[in-house]
Design a protein around this ligand. Structure first.
Ligand SMILES: [Zn+2]
Length: 421
């Protein structure tokens, strides 16, 4: 059963609509079937646009045509009743693997199935392999696929500690060649005891004007520590992923359990923290202590690959559910999975918004009540009584997932039987 939330905060909703110029009080004067798709009666939750209430969303072609109260069903070619469901911007996964790594997954088969319409490949390609990535995956996917380019020219199939294959000039040149597709630089899986990969990534980031996203361990043989990494090497807007494992960032003091003072300083200075759940980067006791102190991730992401899709079930709705099990509100979870990641890669409101005129990327989510077990990287679970589940995905106006058949007509027994004969 879907959880039916009261239509609260109507004042806030109307304020948001007016501010966005979206309020349509009378839609009767418009011509018949002018919309291709109409999602009616859903609880529209678009925190970036301050929209939070029961509304109808109309789509024409590949764009959001209208968000309003009571858009008549006869104005659309296809109408879907989303009563009891949440309608949000298509989810944005800032960290997943869709190229150049042995465990990469085809984005349409994985992301679109979970309400996720934009995925950023996190370092699979480098400046020497990006063209292949574009030709074989980006251009062939319905999912909007963007890229963090690896600091290593060969990408993840190369050795990510190979400093000879790090060329900041060539990396920056490739980023400038594809400003719509390449949104930043990834440096990760670095085995040397220094910061050379970070230095090269920052150098290229400064030339191209993009952020870096970092996976960078602080184990005792690395000669690295959290404070130096975040405060001396990172710039405002740079992102550290895998924030909830216990070997990339020392967010909490291991003895007192309190957030380290330098983490507050890092946050004040604009350093960003991403979930990057994966198979190995989410540990319940660590996450629980961090979340309990209100130290929430800036962005929710999956690090989805051929292992994490099974072992920890790290898809977007499931990772959002885990955040909610640790105290994050649904609205905050949606914000950190839509508008916020889009802002971080300078793509908001082009992405992550349901505002009129934007590309019609939409997720329809069910907040299920029940008894659910959520696994972590240590093979432990936390149980919870709520879970988010994607029942519908619209990508650029096309209804690509309709798990419940909400957009299908009922079958006509007599008519269908006659057709078979
Ligand atoms: Zn990853």
């Amino acid at each position: 059963m879907a959880r039916l939330l009261p239509f609260s905060a109507r004042g806030q909703l109307l304020k948001g609509l007016c501010a966005s110029g979206l309020l349509l009080l009378c839609s009767g004067a418009l011509s018949a079937q002018q919309y291709d798709l109409l999602i009616k009666n859903g609880h529209v939750l678009d925190p970036g646009s301050e929209i939070d209430g029961v509304l109808d969303v109309a789509v024409k072609g590949d764009a959001i045509a209208e968000i309003a109260l009571n858009i008549p069903a006869d104005q659309a070619k296809k109408t879907i009743d989303a009563t009891g469901l949440y309608v949000t911007p298509g989810l944005v996964d800032l960290h997943a693997h869709v190229f150049g790594y042995s465990g990469w997954l085809w984005p349409d088969d994985t992301q679109l199935l979970t309400g996720t319409t934009t995925v950023v490949d996190c370092g699979g390609s480098g400046w020497r392999t990006f063209e292949t990535f574009k030709k074989t995956v980006i251009d062939r996917s319905k999912t909007r696929v963007l890229a963090f380019l690896n600091v290593v020219g060969a990408g993840m199939v190369g050795t990510e500690s190979d400093i000879k294959d790090m060329d900041a000039e060539k990396l920056a040149a490739k980023i400038k060649e594809y400003p719509g597709l390449i949104v930043g630089i990834k440096c990760a899986h670095y085995g040397r005891p220094d910061y050379i990969n970070l230095e090269q990534a920052v150098k290229a980031g400064n030339i191209a004007g993009v952020p870096i996203i970092v996976d960078n361990s602080i184990l005792s043989n690395t000669d690295r520590d959290t404070k130096t990494k975040l405060l001396e090497y990172f710039r405002p807007g740079d992102i550290h992923t895998h924030m909830f494992n216990d070997r990339h960032l020392e967010i909490i003091d291991r003895f007192s359990g309190k957030i380290q003072p330098y983490m507050y300083e890092a946050r004040e200075k604009g350093r960003l923290l991403d979930v990057g759940h994966g198979a190995g980067s989410f540990v319940w006791p660590n996450a629980a202590k961090i979340m309990k102190q209100g130290f929430y991730p800036d962005t929710i992401s999956t690090d989805l690959h051929n292992s994490s899709i099974f072992t920890t079930k790290a898809d977007m709705p499931n990772v959002m559910s885990k955040m909610m099990a640790l105290g994050m509100s649904l609205k905050e979870a949606v914000f950190r999975s839509t508008a916020r990641p889009a802002q971080v890669i300078s793509k908001y409101p082009e992405i992550g918004s349901l505002a009129k005129g934007r590309t019609a990327d939409i997720a329809v989510l069910e907040l299920q009540d029940g008894y659910f077990g959520f696994a972590d990287s240590w093979g432990k679970k936390q149980t919870a009584t709520r879970r988010l589940h994607a029942v519908m995905t619209v990508r650029a106006g096309e209804l690509v997932l309709d798990e419940k058949g909400l957009g299908f007509p009922e079958w006509d027994t007599a008519g269908d039987y006659q057709r078979i004969e």
